[in-house]
Design a binder for this molecule. Structure first.
Ligand SMILES: [Zn+2]
Length: 471
């Protein structure tokens, strides 16, 4: 809802503005104040949907680098903020108004502060060159191919996850914009004294991560929304070659690695996870099964399950209300949703469910079922829906998932948390041997990727490397 309002307001004040980076006049649909408002909205969304990584020291370290770079950019007066997203996905992105997000997933694959600066500088570039604004304008104008979510959760993007586990803003930029941002990242890095020869290394590593994750079906977001890393290696290498004196440039490898010690690596099982179709959450003592073949997305505030063709979805989250009756009453008060009679059930420590109909902004009719159940003193909401024409096909699957919510058995084994550990090698060691010392926490392939070396390589004595251990 808020997004549509912004778009309408933006159209009223269509104006020409000077692009701060190019100095050229360009059509600007969004004022700076609106840009900042949009960006602040994304911060709220990121905190709710994915969550920020709870390490104030590491966040301050990243923000310090970012703020120094931003202060020397063409738009020093924006309210720049740098947030560390608690997500294993390899990603970094910018929201309008100077709000930059880096995932802990991308940090794990970097090996110097100069690499991090290159990525931050690239994202700052999207803001200073106003790419974020043009992308937003384009995205608002585009169709919203998302089922139901706009009406039922007030969130148009919740289901449009574009193959990623991250619910926050995904802006698509043009190839030229990406190149321009790489160029700005190079320039901003150099201005801070970073060794810009580190920049192509990031793209090489991310290219390898992308290849390695092919079999896991997880394309890193930073690459799926960005151009071919091969081109970017060539371009950033060519720019680095124009630097005449490298002697005063720094990589900041040691101080970067010091920050990586203890960083959670991979999925954090404490936040719940899917094992096949089963979702397990140790802290909430909760489990359920999604329909076969569906894709599960575990966000900070909800779990979304999507039918592969996007024709149906199930969303599960904690309700704000303290009782089933209050939760159902609040549901009924929603505009545009017609809800039938509630039926009592025995899911959890008692449940209520009801069928409903609604329609999307484009008029598409939707049908679904909402269920509230009590578990561990909290009320949970489970919402299953599809277009009206498809509902009869999915009602069985939705019903089975809704009935499956229960407490895991007492002897349930849960996955353990993995974290990065930075070690100085007392003697030369193969990546394989290093993996062997991890007690099963790491594979040689993972260690090769996070250290940006080949799997068969011998790591030299005295070298600082990242390894992975059980927490
Ligand atoms: Zn980019």
């Amino acid at each position: 809802m808020r997004k549509a309002t912004l778009a309408a307001a933006a159209l009223l004040i269509t104006a020409c503005a000077v692009n701060p980076v190019t100095g050229k006049r360009q059509l600007s649909l969004v004022s700076e104040a609106q840009e900042i408002e949009m960006g602040r909205g994304e911060v709220v969304r990121a905190r709710e949907e994915t969550g920020f990584y709870p390490d104030s020291g590491l966040t301050a370290y990243i923000a310090g680098i970012g703020k120094r770079m931003a202060a020397a950019s063409e738009r020093p007066d924006l309210p720049w903020e740098f947030h560390l997203i608690d997500d294993p996905m390899v990603n970094a992105f910018a929201a309008p108004g100077g709000f930059i997000f880096i995932t802990r997933g991308i940090l794990a694959y970097m090996n110097s502060e100069a690499e991090l600066a290159g990525v931050i500088g690239h994202e700052i570039g999207h803001v200073t060159a106003k790419h974020t604004v043009t992308a937003i304008s384009r995205q608002q104008a585009g169709t919203i191919g998302i089922i139901g979510a706009a009406i039922l959760t007030n969130d148009q993007r919740v289901a449009d996850l574009g193959g990623a586990g991250l619910g926050v803003l995904f802006l698509k930029y043009g190839r030229d914009q990406e190149r321009q941002s790489d160029g700005l990242g190079h320039r901003y890095s150099l201005a801070q004294g970073y060794d810009v020869r580190e920049m192509p290394k990031t793209f090489m590593t991310l290219g390898r991560v992308s290849e390695a994750s092919g079999d896991a079906g997880r394309i890193p977001g930073f690459l799926s929304t960005h151009p071919d890393p091969g081109d970017r290696v060539a371009a950033t290498t060519a720019w680095a070659d124009t630097v005449s004196d490298y002697s005063k440039l720094i990589t900041g490898r040691d101080r970067f690695l010091a920050q990586m010690n203890g960083l959670v690596y991979g999925e954090d099982p404490r936040q719940g996870y899917f094992e096949g179709v089963r979702f397990l959450h140790q802290g909430l003592r909760l489990q359920f099964d999604m329909p076969n073949g569906w894709r599960g997305i575990n966000q900070a505030s909800q779990v979304i399950m999507v039918e592969p063709n996007g024709t149906a979805q199930i969303i599960m989250k904690q309700a704000a209300q303290a009782s089933l009756n209050e939760a159902m009453a609040a549901w009924r008060q929603q505009q545009g949703v017609t809800t039938g009679a509630a039926t009592a059930g025995n899911v959890g420590q008692g449940s209520q469910s009801a069928e409903f109909t609604a329609s999307m902004q484009d008029g598409t009719a939707l049908r679904g079922r909402v269920q509230f159940f009590l578990h561990g003193g909290s009320v949970y909401q489970v919402l299953g829906l599809s277009t009206s024409v498809n509902w009869s096909q999915w009602i069985g699957a939705v019903d089975a998932t809704m009935r499956s919510f229960t407490t895991p058995p007492a002897n349930q084994q849960y996955r353990r948390v993995r974290e990065l550990r930075v070690v100085t090698l007392p003697s030369g060691k193969t990546v394989d041997a290093l993996a062997g010392e991890s007690g099963g926490a790491a594979t040689a392939r993972e260690l090769a990727l996070i250290n940006s070396v080949d799997e068969g390589v011998m790591l030299a004595a005295g070298k600082k490397v990242k390894t992975i251990r059980w927490r």
